[in-house]
Each structure stands twice: as structure tokens, then as C-alpha cells.
Design a protein around this ligand. Structure first.
Ligand code: 1GP
Length: 248
């Protein structure tokens, strides 16, 4: 079978054109299915380009239902961002196939990946190998609790850079610098810049980004795609604030 990597190619093309991408992260545990149509009306009025769905946990097993509903209301690419293999659903367009490179827990480096193969081997989901790097956002995040790994301190800039490059050299197609959902501090722009200057593959940045100024800082520092979840959950008017691109 010839593998068509359409979504990944679009991300690469956007990077070449320096066109910045923005994903809304939807946590199936936190969204009410009935609210999805209204939520997407706002998404479509904003500069959102991608929809990520997932969370560290999916306690009510709502992932598939939420993704199916989202697919009814948007043509934006929907990628799952799973906290475990149990969250994988074919209803999405693709999956960020994550390895938690900042941690030393084999469960999230390879075990969950092996457990997901029975669902993924015959799937039409586009699989995008992603190096996931948890960085200290000044609060204990769900990723930290669930994965039982420690984030890398924002002081350890060289370790962060080398972890990202080790991911690229191992064949990851994306690197995700993650301060964790609800982080008090986003990944510092100087860290984003240091990684972006050396990395050749697209760079995703997320966690704790709550204002248009922070969003622009992340983009200017070199993030190709920014992920925002909590700020939209807490205030959907934020979609209006980010309608226009180059305004701070
Ligand atoms: C979490 O990076 C995402 O995986 C988004 O974080 O919820 O803090 O925006 P926030």
C-alpha cells in the first residue's frame, strides 16, 4: 500500500511558506457533545487550522463519540492526540503517534505504541511519528501524573535541544514541546528559538498559552504549530481575539 501522508505534507508545506498553524485541543472528558456544533461555529471564525482530540485520560470512554461528532461539524483535519492506546479511533483523520522522549518510562516510549498496533495496522488513519517532550510548566500536569515521568526543567536548554534532535535523528516527523495542559508557564520563547534554529522537522509547541501575545511569541520564536486547549475551554471569546493574524 502506498502511504499518503497528506496532513503531514500540508504541515511541511506550511513550514516552507512560513505559514503558522494553530490547533485547538479538545479533551473528550471536558467537552459536552451537545456543545460541539456551537463550539465549531466559533472555531471556524478563528484562525484555527487543526483539531487535536485527546487527553491524558479518557475516563468516560468518550473519545470515539466526540471525534465522530466533531467530524460532522468540521472539515478541518482532526488528529488524535492519545494518552493511551485505548483512545485510538478510526473516526479521526490521523494520529500523532507519540513517544514521550523526555521521560524514561518504557510504557510511554514503546509499550503503549506496541499495544496500539492491532488497531493501527490496517487503519486508514495517517500516522505521524511525533517526539513528545514534556517541559516544566511550573505545575504538576496530568501528563506527568499519568506517565510518572519528570518534565525537563526550562533551565536545561541544552538537554531540551538534544532531546529534540535525538527525536529527529531517530526518524520522528514532528517534535512537540509540551509544558502540559493548564501549565502556569508556557515553554519560554528562547527555548523554542534554540530548538527551532537547529531542528529541520516541524515544531509543535503547547501548554499554558493563554493570550494572543503568548501565541505570537511562540510563533515568532519559531513554533510551526501551536496547540491551545485550556484558554478556549475557559473562555470561548478567545476565538474572536485571535481572528486576525499579525496583530498583538
Ligand atoms: C496540552 O499543549 C496542550 O497538551 C495544550 O495545553 O490546555 O494549556 O492550552 P493548554
Amino acid at each position: 500500500m502506498i502511504e499518503l501522508k497528506m496532513m503531514y505534507n500540508d504541515i511541511l508545506e506550511a513550514k516552507k511558506r512560513n505559514q503558522k498553524l494553530l490547533a485547538v485541543l479538545i479533551d473528550p472528558d471536558k467537552i459536552d457533545n451537545n456543545h460541539i456544533p456551537e463550539f465549531f461555529r466559533k472555531v471556524h471564525q478563528s484562525i484555527i487550522t487543526h483539531v487535536f482530540v485527546g487527553g491524558s485520560t479518557d475516563e468516560e470512554k468518550k473519545m470515539e463519540m466526540v471525534v465522530k461528532t466533531i467530524k460532522q461539524y468540521t472539515k478541518l483535519p482532526v488528529l488524535i492526540f492519545p494518552g493511551s492506546h485505548e483512545q485510538i479511533t478510526e473516526a479521526a483523520d490521523g494520529i500523532l503517534f507519540l513517544s514521550l522522549l523526555s521521560g524514561r518510562n518504557p510504557e510511554y516510549l514503546i509499550e503503549q505504541q506496541i499495544l496500539s498496533v492491532s488497531k493501527l495496522m490496517d487503519t486508514s488513519l495517517e500516522i505521524i511519528p511525533t517526539g513528545y517532550i514534556l517541559i516544566d510548566g511550573d505545575v504538576e500536569t496530568a501528563v506527568q501524573r499519568v506517565s510518572q515521568t519528570k518534565p525537563i526543567s526550562q533551565q536545561e536548554k541544552t538537554v531540551i535541544l538534544h532531546t529534540a534532535l535525538a527525536g529527529q535523528f531517530s526518524g520522528k516527523q514532528l517534535i512537540y514541546l509540551e509544558a502540559g495542559s493548564g501549565a502556569k508557564k508556557m515553554v519560554k520563547p528562547e527555548i523554542i528559538k534554540k530548538v527551532a534554529m537547529k531542528l529541520q522537522i516541524p515544531l509543535i509547541v503547547g501548554g499554558g498559552i493563554k493570550s494572543k501575545t503568548q501565541l505570537n511569541e511562540a510563533f515568532q520564536a519559531g513554533a510551526d504549530l501551536v496547540v491551545i486547549g485550556t484558554a478556549f475551554e475557559e473562555n470561548e471569546d478567545f476565538f474572536n481575539e485571535i481572528v486576525l493574524r499579525n496583530e498583538s
